[in-house]
Structure formats: C-alpha cells, structure tokens
Design a protein around this ligand. Structure first.
Ligand SMILES: NC(=O)c1ccc[n+]([C@@H]2O[C@H](COP(=O)([O-])OP(=O)(O)OC[C@H]3O[C@@H](n4cnc5c(N)ncnc54)[C@H](O)[C@@H]3O)[C@@H](O)[C@H]2O)c1
Length: 348
C-alpha cells in the first residue's frame, strides 16, 4: 500500500460529501472511485472534489480493475450486507457510517462476518474525535473534578426532515431518533466514562406535531457498571427551532458541563461560584472531527495500530438502542447486557 490507502467512497449524499472533502484533504488517503446510484450525485462529486471513475454500484466499481485497498460506506444503514460481503471477500478494511445496521442481530452478524474474514470494520463515530470530547476525558483523567457519578444529557433539535440536502429515509423509518441520533450520544456515554450499561428504563414517543412517522422523542434512564447513572433526553421535533444542548456531569468533587455538541466545555470544583471555560482549538464542524476519524482508520489499515470504533464495540451502543426500544414497548426496565448477549448468541 506504500503508505497510501486507495479507497472507494460509496454513497455521496449529505454525509458522503463530507467524506469526499475530508478524504481528498488527507495525504495518506486516495479516492479511486465514487459509487452512487444517482448520476447527479456522481456528477456533483466530480465537479466539487475532483473527477474520479463513477459507478452506480459497488459491484461495478470492484469489477472495474482498479487498485482498491479499502472502502468508506456512507450509504443509508439498511441494505449494507452485500457491501460488507464484498469487503470481506476481498479483505478490504471498511469504515462504515453509524449505525452499522438498523437491527442489533443483523449488526452482530456483520461483526462476526468481518471478524471471521479478518477484515477491520470501523464505525463512523466522529463525535469521539472532537476536541471537546478529548478535553472532557482529560478533565476526568486528571482528577480535576473527581470521579463522575451522575449525568444529564439533553439534546433538543427541530430537525426539518424535508430540508433540501438532508436525508429523507428517517421520515419513514422506525425509531429514527434512537438509531440515527441517540446512537452517537449512547456511544459517547460509554466512551467518555469508560463504563458499560447495565439497565435502562425508557419511554419513546412522537409529539403531536411530528413530521416523522415514528418516535422522535426519547427519555431514558441508564445505570452503568461502577454506579454511574445517566438521565438522557433527546428530540428531533423540539417545540423551538433554536437547538438546545447540555451534557452535565456531576462528579465527586465538582461538575463538568457542555453547552454545545461541538464545544463550549466548562467545569467548576464544588465550592467555586462560577464555571471556568475550557480552551478548545478551532474546529470546522463535521470536518475536523471526521478527519480525526479518518486518520484513526488509516493508522489501523496502514500502520497496524489497534482499530478504534470497532464494529464489536459498536454493538454495545446498539444494544442500548435496542434495550430502549424494548423498554418503551413493554413499559419495563431492560437489562442491556442480556439484549447484547442474545444478539451475539444468535449471530453464532
Ligand atoms: N457520523 C455522522 O455525524 C453522520 C451524519 C449524517 C449522516 N450519517 C450517516 O451516514 C449515512 C448516510 O446518511 P446521509 O445523510 O448521507 O444519507 P443521504 O440519503 O443523504 O445519502 C445517501 C446516499 O447514498 C446513496 N446510496 C443509496 N444506496 C446506495 C448503494 N447501495 N450504493 C451506493 N450508494 C447508495 C444515495 O443515492 C445517496 O446519495 C447514514 O448511515 C447516516 O446515519 C452520519
């Protein structure tokens, strides 16, 4: 590979276009082909990010005799099996957008398939690579506020599902908020605190004015190993178009709180009357952190570094989603570990 990963970029929609931008800017990555069934999307990528051979399907791209070392999949989360099979048959490391699948059992099968083929499968959890996430973890690691004990995570957004340029499939899919959005938040909870979920009590619903066919609101109370408790509330159909975000952690000696999903991190020790602001480097939203994710993928594929955001790790966050769905459906507390174990067993 000579220090260069030659990738096919599959899917050129809202997210795929960020991938095109980030991959073009990364010297250790080359896009050798674009794949999208939309001729318009292919033409736009040629115009905006440089001409490349374009194909309507991954099969066609892989049959074209190009030198390919890896795949980046920015397609909708349903219907990825054939693409992942191609990656496994050709031993191509693959970076796939979250969620890996819209079904935990299916995702577990994909992970088993990739592991059996020895293919690195990385999931696009870009929020891990934000400076605000890294600094938050540093505050805990350095013991600045003591040990995290409980947290309140609120994400309030008016997401106009018909806005030009935004993906359309969430309008009709089941549990769009949980699978498409909360999955990032659940991953952050596990990642930042370094803990695994035990139980959840969840209620998911759709407000009366929702433009989505299925639930856009999630209220969930998680317990984690080590005793951490997380109180989560998310919506895509807020009553107000101005977004609201707060992720506050109360710790044994103080508090850490974040007022923007991309930044604005503050903390105080228990007796300090005002929050202190944490300095963060400049950040281009959706680009800087996606570049960090890509570099981690390249470090694994080219340098043999341990794989970050592995498919297997992602299953634990998907199990939180599935446990929320069951908890809400049955109005009961659900054991997240049981949900994960069931999927792993079914995957063989
Ligand atoms: N990590 C993030 O922050 C983030 C942000 C937005 C979206 N996403 C994820 O990215 C993925 C794509 O979302 P999007 O918003 O770009 O959707 P989108 O609908 O805007 O774009 C999807 C593109 O994939 C193409 N496509 C569909 N089936 C294909 C196939 N079989 N082969 C090749 N191309 C195909 C479509 O023509 C379309 O151009 C989803 O999994 C979504 O959850 C992640």
């Amino acid at each position: 590979m000579n220090g260069l990963l030659r990738c096919v970029l599959v899917g050129l929609g809202a997210r795929g276009r960020y991938w095109a931008q980030v991959m073009h800017a990364e010297p250790r990555c080359a896009i050798v082909a674009y794949v999208d069934p939309s001729a318009e999307a292919l033409a736009r990528a040629d115009a905006d990010f440089g001409e490349r051979p374009g194909f309507a399907s991954l099969d066609e791209a892989l049959e074209a005799g190009l030198d390919v070392d890896g795949l980046v999949l920015a397609t909708p989360p349903s219907g990825r099996e054939a693409q992942l099979r191609h990656a496994c048959e050709r031993a191509l490391p693959v970076l796939v957008e979250k969620p890996l699948a819209l079904d935990l059992h299916e995702a577990a099968r994909f992970v088993r398939m990739a592991e059996a083929a020895g293919v690195p499968l990385m999931v696009g959890l870009n929020f891990r690579y934000l400076a605000v996430t890294i600094e938050r973890m540093r505050l805990y690691r350095d013991g600045v506020v003591g040990r995290p004990a409980f947290t309140r995570f609120t994400y309030e957004r008016w997401r106009d599902g018909y806005r030009p340029g935004i993906n359309r499939y969430p309008l009709t899919m089941e549990h769009p908020m949980l699978w498409e959005q909360s999955i990032h938040h659940f991953d952050l909870l596990r990642y930042v605190y370094g803990v695994e979920p035990l139980t959840v009590a969840c209620h998911a619903w759709n407000p009366s004015w929702s433009m989505y066919a299925h639930e856009t609101n999630v209220a969930a109370l998680f317990s984690f190993d080590g005793g951490l408790v997380a109180n989560y509330q998310g919506t895509w159909q807020s009553g107000w178009a101005t977004p609201g975000f707060e992720w506050r952690t109360d710790a044994t000696e103080g508090v850490v709180t974040q007022f923007d999903q991309f930044g604005d991190l503050r903390y105080a020790r228990r007796d300090e009357p005002a929050l202190r602001t944490v300095d963060l480097p400049p950040h281009e939203i959706w680009v800087t952190e996606t570049a960090g994710l890509l570099r981690a993928f390249l470090a694994s594929a080219l340098d043999g570094e341990p794989l970050e955001c592995s498919g297997r790790d992602h299953l634990s966050s998907l199990a939180m989603v599935e446990a929320c769905i069951r908890s809400s459906r049955d109005a009961r507390v659900v054991d997240v570990g049981d949900v994960l174990a069931e999927a792993l067993q079914a995957a063989g």
